[in-house]
Design a protein around this ligand. Structure first.
Ligand code: SME
Length: 160
């Protein structure tokens, strides 16, 4: 396992994802524990992009329960269909919210968050967790994030 994460601070966001993904695969390669892998994934994302909040919510019974994250304290539980996270779970798709104040379902755990992306993680066609990232800037996430975070969700999925 590589103990150090290389981050080129001057690279574009796409290039940062391209540099991160092989390192993340190597980091998770010999570890089968999902929580350990989620924890290192959020740490690597935080270290690379300095996102305001990055973490996992894990499906437990009929709710999402907060899992490993980096950032300010967060809501512990989110119901199916509620918030951006619950919407991504219900609709089984990545949801990008450019301005959380204009998204009726948004759950404000921290009023500093202005935009958000939530990527579902599947096991046998069922959502078993979501990766949630918040930014303090409006309109911060786009299709590049959706594409590469989807690849990161697949890395976690393939370890299940
Ligand atoms: N805003 C999220 C709740 C989780 S926090 O952002 C950490 C939502 O609407 O689902």
């Amino acid at each position: 396992m590589s103990e150090q994460l290389f981050v080129n601070k001057h690279a574009s966001r796409k290039e940062k994802y391209q540099t991160l993904i092989p390192q993340l695969k190597a980091l998770l390669d010999n570890e089968s524990d999902t929580i350990a892998n989620m924890a290192n994934t959020v740490a690597a994302l935080k270290q690379t992009f300095n996102f305001y909040w990055v973490g996992f919510y894990i499906v437990k019974r009929n709710e999402l329960v907060v899992g490993p994250f980096q950032g300010t304290i967060a809501c512990s539980r989110i119901s199916w269909g509620k918030g951006v996270c619950g919407t991504a779970w219900k609709e089984k798709r990545t949801v990008i919210v450019p301005n959380v104040n204009l998204f009726a379902e948004h759950i404000a755990c921290d009023s500093a968050s202005l935009s958000e992306i939530v990527v579902p993680i599947f096991y046998k066609n069922e959502v078993i967790a979501v990766l949630d990232i918040d930014s303090q800037y409006e309109n911060y996430f786009d299709e590049t994030d959706a594409e590469f975070l989807g690849l990161i969700a697949d890395i976690i999925k393939n370890k299940l």
